[in-house]
Design a binder for this molecule. Structure first.
Ligand code: FES
Length: 83
């Protein structure tokens, strides 16, 4: 099935580029131009990459909590808004 109709790029081609190291829509665009014309396919490419098409993404998923930078959890004290 075509992902990028502007350049005739298929899901299979996107996955192949992901397998060879393209882990972002920008890297996919660098590999095959998909997403560089009308841009309507970028979300679909992002979705394909988000489904584990990229081998490097798996290594990110296996990181432990100590490896991930701290982010706001919502339990921090809230700053009152100015009246
Ligand atoms: S459909 Fe991919 S750039 Fe237009």
């Amino acid at each position: 099935m075509y992902v990028c109709s502007c350049f005739g790029i298929t899901e299979k081609q996107v996955r192949e580029h992901a397998d060879t190291g393209a882990c972002t829509p920008r890297q996919i665009a660098g590999a095959c131009k998909a997403g560089t014309d009308c841009g309507s396919c970028v979300r679909r490419i992002q979705a394909l990459l988000g489904r584990g098409a990229c081998p490097r993404r798996e290594s990110l998923d296996t990181l432990g909590p100590a490896d991930v930078p701290a982010v706001a959890t919502g339990s921090e004290p809230q700053i009152a808004e100015a009246a």
